[in-house]
Design a protein around this ligand. Structure first.
Ligand SMILES: NC(=O)c1ccc[n+]([C@@H]2O[C@H](COP(=O)([O-])OP(=O)(O)OC[C@H]3O[C@@H](n4cnc5c(N)ncnc54)[C@H](O)[C@@H]3O)[C@@H](O)[C@H]2O)c1
Length: 334
């Protein structure tokens, strides 16, 4: 089979992680790199495989006869790159959050659907072995009674765009969106969200306009509930993300998507099962997309999932601004 002619758009830190994997796959040939910082794209061409370097994506899509593009742009930089990929029949991997507005995200999903290209969104936590075990156990979450408590904690100034709400959307939209996505994955489509967000630890840092502490409550039509707490004021050098899911007869404590302790609580003799895996979830995301392309089936995390999880994060942020619960499931006005 001919390797897929693949380009990387946005040659920054997450792109390196994907390129490290892509460069090892026989099924993929890296042929192009695009970054507004041309030196970053040149560095990728030197490090991974020789390929053409571009400052703008439009000529790249027009010239390279691509099969696949990895879109690793920061949230604010998304514009018409998905439209261009679709016009040229190029399959897509796109990092979360896929955009900063409902309007752009829904437009992307429309373009993908009309063109028929495959599009995978970078919610890799869904591929954790322990996460998949529980998902199979829950099955269709409609009607399930579940309670989820999730935490995301780090302590870093990150990059200048990350600290700027206008460019990143804030910690919940840019980072803890992984947990909002998992809440949807396990508990189904929410009906309302309430969030409170503060800048508790960085008020003195110039240009730091995102929240660094947030508490978000998500309600589901099944009466299930999820609580997501995120902070950027915790332990420097650590990115901690864990959660507990309580179901009738079962409590699952996740240390991360690959590691969980499952307490069976239904019988008179409660039992504990440990799940542990070293699965590379980024690799799993890519392998699933490549198989979806080859077998002409939907990828595991299609772009509509990127739209819905983004809209949940945007609704939470709107709720924090308005200090009121916000109904979910409709476009969120930007
Ligand atoms: N799934 C994950 O675990 C994960 C982890 C980290 C980051 N991300 C996501 O990946 C995205 C990128 O994050 P990052 O940390 O790699 O950012 P980054 O700042 O390290 O890299 C972004 C790159 O895009 C380039 N760029 C910006 N605007 C551009 C434009 N208009 N045209 C071409 N290039 C442009 C920048 O020059 C930079 O090289 C973000 O949405 C982030 O949320 C996902």
């Amino acid at each position: 089979m001919k390797p897929l002619r693949t380009a990387i758009l946005g040659c920054g830190s997450i792109a390196k992680r994907h390129a490290d994997i892509l460069a090892t796959l026989d099924d993929v040939r890296l042929v192009g790199y695009c970054d507004q910082n041309v030196a970053a794209a040149q560095e990728f061409a030197k490090r991974y495989a020789p390929g053409k370097v571009y400052e703008h994506w439009e000529p790249m899509f027009a010239e390279l006869d691509l099969d696949l593009v990895y879109i690793c742009l920061p949230p604010f930089a998304h514009a018409d790159e998905v439209a261009h990929a679709c016009r040229h029949g190029v399959h897509i991997f796109i990092e979360k959050p896929i955009a900063l507005t409902s309007e752009l995200a829904r437009g992307m999903a429309r373009d993908v659907s009309r063109s028929g290209v495959k599009c995978q969104v970078g919610f890799m936590y869904r591929f954790g072995e322990a996460a998949l075990w529980l998902k199979e156990r829950i099955g269709d979450p409609t009607g399930a009674r579940a309670f989820m408590v999730a935490r995301y904690s780090c302590n870093s100034l990150h990059s200048s765009w990350w600290r700027d709400r206008a460019r990143s959307g804030g910690q919940l939209v840019e980072q803890a969106i992984h947990l909002l996505d998992l809440a949807r994955f396990f508990l189904g489509e929410p009906e309302a969200v309430y969030s409170s967000q503060q800048n508790l630890f960085h008020a003195e840092v110039e240009g730091y306009t995102v929240e660094d502490a947030s508490a978000t409550v998500i309600r589901f039509p099944s009466t299930s509930l999820a609580v997501v707490a995120a902070t950027n004021g915790a332990i420097p050098g650590r990115w901690d993300c864990d959660w507990r899911i309580v179901l009738p007869g079962l409590t699952a404590d996740f240390a991360d998507p690959n590691h969980a302790t499952i307490h069976s609580t239904a019988s008179a003799w409660p039992s504990v099962t440990t799940l542990a895996s070293e699965k590379n979830m980024y690799r799993a995301l890519t392998l699933d997309l490549l198989e979806a392309i080859r077998q002409d089936r939907p990828p595991a995390v299609p772009i509509e999932e990127g739209v819905r999880s983004l809209e949940l994060a945007l609704a939470a942020t709107l709720s924090a601004q308005q200090q009121t619960e916000v109904r979910t499931g409709a476009p969120v006005a930007g």
